[in-house]
Design a protein around this ligand. Structure first.
Ligand SMILES: [Zn+2]
Length: 429
């Protein structure tokens, strides 16, 4: 019965498309998160000491996430891995004993993958081990690996296109003094190549400075490479190996359907054909042309506010937002002015904190915020009270003077960096 209904719905869709074939869908899905040009993943193998003491702090400072491929049968510092996972870094499988998988029977490979996965999953919370790097980049049994992993990393040395030829042997580029990327200018040029090809660049790093790891890379070089990516944040999407793989697979089979549209609300279904929604839960970036007469909008998924912003591309105003396929219904609501509908709160929003000493409004600057953001204040009925393009930012704290502002009332303070916005309410008594 369900099948029949789906078939009928499909028929209706096909008919309506053939009738209105000239209509262009108002929705676009970003090839990469935030409609950036390319994706870059930094992966670290073998648990070399300075990956924890030097690399992770650099990534945390830049607001980027990395992947740690750990060998569970070696001396593994689980506290370090747990701390990394708590900050959103990926902890994943590099087998139990680091064998050359291509020389093992399928049964023995299975033991390597399962032993490592179950140890990681029992010791590290907040995430699951769902990707692997093969030791010595030697490809094992792909159908076996596909039962456990959404992607497996090799090291063929090329930049992957926007969809890799095989997710069971994703290419990476070896870094350090024995690799092809060692100096700052080589990192920049490799990143630029990824942008030109609009593809996915995966770095493979072992030792850092003098920790004794294979093919060491200077931490200063790593730092400079991150700085370059951060400065060009609109171009480079830096995220874990697993999250980029999720994004690619989801965007390649996603569909967007409007289920209801009124003057003030649009409901839509974002679905994909991937069956394992526990594996594939990463938000895709979607754009929709802003309906005429709308100035701004807020977007919720399952009733929770999601990242959204209004931006202009080639003189067309778009609403851009992040949502998870098969992650629940999405509602786009017209906002009288920017900000008003954003009081519902979400985990991302609660990270944005606002407070005042009555002379100055202070706020936390999210790590992903681009330079030169705008701060706007809205009254409780959504009217713009004042807007500041010149806020002072000192590290994680920003501030604007309250000289021009009313002395009492409830206000929404909104921080906007042209890509994302964060808002929070303050009440002045
Ligand atoms: Zn290794």
């Amino acid at each position: 019965m369900l099948k029949n209904t789906i078939f009928m719905l499909l028929s209706v869709l096909i008919v309506s498309y053939s009738v209105e074939a000239q209509m262009v869908s108002p929705y676009q899905v970003g090839t990469w998160s935030g409609f950036r040009t390319c994706a870059i993943s930094y992966t670290f193998d073998d648990g070399c000491a300075n990956q924890f003491t030097k690399a992770i702090p650099l990534f945390d400072e830049a607001g980027f996430k990395l992947t740690l491929f750990t060998v569970t049968g070696w001396t593994t510092n689980w506290a370090n891995l747990q701390n990394a996972a708590a900050k959103g870094h990926e902890v994943a499988n590099h087998t139990a004993t680091h064998p050359n998988l291509s020389t093992l029977t399928v049964d023995k490979q299975k033991v390597e993958l399962e032993t490592s996965n179950s140890l990681i999953n029992s010791k590290v919370s907040f995430q699951k081990s769902l990707t692997m790097a093969t030791p010595y980049c030697a490809e094992g049994n792909d159908p076996l690996a596909a039962q456990y992993f959404l992607a497996v990393r090799g090291c063929q040395g090329f930049i992957e296109p926007k969809t890799p030829g095989s997710f069971m042997n994703v290419s990476s580029v070896i870094c350090g003094n024995l690799g092809s990327v060692f100096k700052v200018k080589e990192f920049k040029s490799k990143a630029d190549q990824a942008a030109t090809s609009k593809g996915w660049l995966v770095y493979l790093i072992h030792g850092i400075d003098n920790d004794g790891g294979y093919s060491p890379l200077a931490s200063d070089t790593l730092k400079s490479s991150l700085k370059y990516l951060k400065e060009n944040d609109g171009k480079f999407w830096v995220n874990t190996f697993g999250n980029v793989a999720r994004y690619i697979k989801e965007r390649n089979c996603v569909s967007v359907t409007e289920t209801l549209a009124t003057e003030t609300d649009i409901s839509l279904a974002l679905t994909d054909t991937l069956h394992n929604n526990e594996w594939y839960n990463y938000p895709l970036t979607i754009r929709r042309s802003l309906p005429s007469g709308w100035i701004s909008a807020s977007v919720t998924q399952n009733g929770k506010l999601v990242n959204s912003s209004v931006l202009e591309v080639n003189s067309v105003k778009y609403l851009q937002f992040d949502a998870v396929p098969d992650g629940g219904s999405i509602v786009i609501s017209k906002a009288a002015a920017t900000g008003q509908n954003e009081l519902k709160g979400s985990s991302e929003q609660t990270k944005f904190k606002v407070w005042t000493d009555r002379k100055t409004i202070f706020f936390t600057v999210p790590s992903t915020c681009l330079p030169n953001p705008t701060v706007s204040l809205f009254s409780s009925n959504g009217m713009l009270v004042d807007s500041f393009n010149d806020c002072q930012i000192d590290g994680e704290i920003g501030k604007v003077s309250m000289v021009r502002l009313p002395k009492s009332g409830a206000f929404v303070v909104r921080l906007n960096d042209k890509r994302s916005s964060w808002s929070s309410q303050i009440i002045l008594l």
